[in-house]
Design a protein around this ligand. Structure first.
Ligand SMILES: *Cc1c(COP(=O)(O)O)cnc(C)c1O
Length: 400
């Protein structure tokens, strides 16, 4: 079978809920992927930052294989010998007292929303079912009905109501708007420290810190969705670390498993996460020994290989070099660490055609929103590979 055969099968038998680039990958190694024709590409998306450790990292692979040969699933009806160690290692790494494991990012976001609501009723004494959660326009937190209830993207939302109530949307980047939206019933503010899917939108410096201050003053929880920005992507463990702030709840996923397996979690201290009682929340696969072993290895790789530091340094270099390209199409280049967005001018006729052109030169990147090309390679990338990429990005950004 060749590329077109796979595409034809997918189009015929699969739901068309994505619009992928027409490359059919059958192998990955480090920063590289290979298609069924044997072509090699540099992965500059990293599965939306799930592959911070690179494709098929050998240490995570051997943890996965070793654990798969022992026991994969116990359910939480019984205990297993991997989850307690993941709990402890997550706590040591992040400084949060507790965590609650789930699978997909969206599930972890739902978990954070449930915990915030319970906290509001039990600790803040918000009247039952009146709890409000403030979110930002342009957000992306996943695809469940409750989460799309507060999306501002019509495509994600409009055909899928009736919606879950209890959310208040304010403009992103405006701390005063949050102050004004707080009522006695506000349970939490939920934000991405950088809006990845929204187009790599970086809020004004001091915004997150100001929001945290407002939350503290008003007895409101600050929840950071670090599913995409966390675990080194922006050159710090968490993007919130750039402003030295500690959210009440942090949501992680994606790179928590180095791309091997869906593992997500929320992190918080005992007074918040300790509120959850047996039976109130759970997941058959959440906290399973295979996922826990993989996550432990993925975190170890992140630290041992100094990927966070590398993300910071390589991100600076990549961004600097991109800025040197005298492209007529570029409106703005922004980013932190290895989460970089190139916003194109409207006249450039969309980012998609640039991503198609990059593909033919051996680079896989994806447009985010209509006008932004995102470059987010695995954090293991080195300077030579970035130079290799720049040689190919340059002519594409200069094309007609
Ligand atoms: C990817 C993502 C999610 C959703 O994670 P899934 O694993 O796709 O459910 C939530 N929030 C942010 C910021 C994300 O980037």
């Amino acid at each position: 079978m060749v590329t077109q055969d796979y595409i034809a099968l997918e189009e015929k038998f699969g739901a068309h809920n994505y619009h992928p680039l027409d490359v059919v990958i059958n192998r990955g190694e480090g920063v590289w992927v290979y298609d069924v024709e044997g072509n090699r590409y540099l992965d500059c998306l990293s599965a939306y930052s799930a592959l911070n450790q690179g494709h098929v990292h050998p240490k995570i692979l051997s943890a996965l294989v070793a654990q798969a040969q022992k026991v994969t699933l116990t359910s939480r009806a019984f205990r297993n010998d991997q989850l307690p160690l993941l709990y402890k290692e997550l706590s040591e790494l992040t400084g949060y007292e507790m965590s609650l494991p789930m699978n997909s990012g969206a599930e972890a976001v739902e978990t954070a929303l449930k915990v915030a609501r319970k906290w509001a009723y039990r600790i803040k004494n918000v009247p039952r079912y009146k709890a409000e959660i403030i979110v930002a326009s342009g957000n992306f937190h996943g695809r469940t009905i409750s989460i799309i209830s507060f999306s501002t993207e019509p495509l994600y939302r409009d055909d899928f109501g009736e919606f879950t109530p209890g959310f208040v949307i304010v403009p992103y980047g405006d701390a005063r708007a949050i102050q004004n939206a707080i009522t006695p019933n506000t349970a939490a503010v939920l934000l991405e420290p950088i809006q990845g899917e929204g187009g790599v939108i970086i809020p004004p410096a001091g915004y997150l810190k100001a929001v945290k201050g407002i939350c503290e003053k008003n007895e409101v929880l600050f929840i950071a969705d670090e599913i995409q920005t966390g675990l080194g992507r922006t050159g710090k463990l968490f993007a919130c670390d750039h402003e030295n702030l500690r959210p009440d709840i942090v949501i992680i996923g994606k790179a928590l498993s180095g791309g091997f397996y869906p593992v997500s979690a929320i992190l918080a201290d005992q007074p918040i996460l300790g509120l959850i009682q047996p039976g109130e929340h759970g997941s058959t696969f959440g906290g399973n020994p295979l996922g826990a072993a993989v996550a432990r290895a993925a975190l170890k790789v992140l630290i041992e290989e100094k990927l966070i530091e590398n993300s910071f340094q390589m991100g600076e270099y990549f961004k600097e070099q991109l800025e040197e390209i005298p492209s007529p199409h570029v409106k703005e280049i922004r980013g932190k660490g290895l989460l970089i967005g190139i916003e194109l001018k409207r006249e450039a006729r969309g980012a998609r055609r640039f991503c198609e052109a990059l593909k033919t030169t051996g680079i896989l990147a994806k447009e985010t929103h209509e006008h932004v090309i995102r470059f987010a390679p695995p954090l293991i990338i080195d300077r030579n590979t970035i130079d290799w990429a720049l040689e190919r990005i340059r002519p594409v950004l200069m094309m007609q």
